[in-house]
Write a protein that binds this ligand. Structure first.
Ligand code: UT7
Length: 321
């Protein structure tokens, strides 16, 4: 059995912040941001919580899947910006939905979070343990970016995306690769929980996102291309047979480089980074939902999803829609 997506949903916070809005508050420009990244605006949570966005996206996905919350057996929420340490965002989603029969687990793999969570769902389905699952990618990065650091704060946005999965005999997730390189963790860091107790003299941590942009850029183009090559080769699929490559939206230039490597047209690499910016673990499911609702994905289409980022982590999925 494979896990197949039978419903998607997403939500963005109401407040839109353009590059011009940022340029009024810091030394930057629309030209710098858009030419280096492809970002023109982002949505920033001013009232919405991480759990609320996750629940809204999940409700839409359940509606499309025509599934009742009580039918769910597992909820996986990928996030690095849950509202609390405990209860987890996944437990909050379970409670708000009334998904009383589902186990709820939060998963932290930064920008690879949604892809890793889908892989986890697939493993449970393959093992015959669960048949109906909900996977959510949600982030409120605006809580953890350093708004005095123009090299990072302009990159991120908030939002949530969700997918409902059901076990099917053939289509759905066919294969995945996933990797981590903790040795390079300092290239993209957010140490919000430094040692802090009676016996520590000078508790100090890097509370905000800190990134070596060029190091992460080099890592991303190499590893994403590699992981897509692996998952396609292993399944004897040519890049030209894939209808859509849905990549984590970190930088338009990363996506263009991967498209060039595969020798495929950019229209197979849809982007929403212009209006969403980098929403970390939420970017893949938000884009997936936008494409699904726009009718860009049809049953039987071969699709590749890729996530990459903090950890460092990266991975790709090959699925038949
Ligand atoms: O989601 C997780 C994965 N993340 C990624 O994949 C991100 C990968 N990295 C990147 O996308 C790019 O490295 C960035 C977009 C983050 C940065 O682009 P870059 O071409 O690597 O720029 P840079 O950091 O080398 O900075 C170039 C210049 C510097 O000035 P000097 O030293 O050359 O005078 C920066 O101070 O641009 C300056 N700069 C800015 N200028 C205007 C940095 N940020 C800004 C800004 N506005 N916001």
């Amino acid at each position: 059995m494979n896990a197949r997506i039978c419903g998607t949903g997403s939500i963005l916070p109401k407040k839109t912040v353009t590059n011009f809005d940022l340029a009024e508050r810091m030394e930057t420009s629309d030209e710098w941001i858009s030419s280096r990244t492809g970002i023109r605006e982002r949505h920033i949570a001013t009232t919405e919580t991480t759990a609320e966005m996750a629940v809204s996206a999940a409700r839409k996905a359940l509606e499309e899947a025509k599934m009742q919350p009580e039918e769910l057996e597992m909820i996986l929420v990928a996030t690095v910006t849950a509202d609390h340490i405990a209860p987890s965002a996944a437990c909050e989603v379970q409670a708000a939905l009334g998904a009383v029969n589902a186990v709820a687990i939060e998963l932290n793999a930064a920008c690879s979070g949604f892809v890793f969570a889908l892989n986890t769902a697939q493993a449970y389905v393959r093992a015959g343990i669960y048949k109906k699952l909900l996977v959510v990618g949600v982030e409120t990065l605006s809580k953890v970016v350093d708004w005095t650091d123009r090299s990072t704060c302009i990159l991120f946005g908030d939002g949530a995306g969700a997918a409902v999965l059901e076990a099917v005999e053939e289509d759905g997730i066919q294969d995945f690769v996933q990797h981590a390189d903790g040795g390079k963790g300092s290239a993209l860091l957010c140490d919000a929980r430094p040692l802090k107790n009676l016996f520590v003299d000078n508790p100090f941590g890097q509370e905000f996102v800190k990134m070596d942009g060029q190091e992460v850029f080099k890592f991303a183009v190499k590893r994403v291309a590699e992981s897509i090559d692996t998952v396609l080769d292993r399944n004897h699929i040519l890049p030209s047979q894939v209808s859509l490559y849905i990549l984590h939206q970190a930088n338009a230039r990363i996506i263009q480089t991967v498209a060039k490597h595969l020798g495929e047209d950019m229209d197979k690499f849809p982007m929403n980074i212009d209006h969403c910016a980098n929403t970390s673990g939420a970017s893949v499911p938000i884009l997936l939902d936008e494409l699904n609702r726009a009718g860009r994905i049809k049953r039987g289409d071969k699709i590749v999803l890729s996530g990459f980022g903090g950890g460092l982590t990266w991975g790709s999925i090959y699925m038949i829609w």
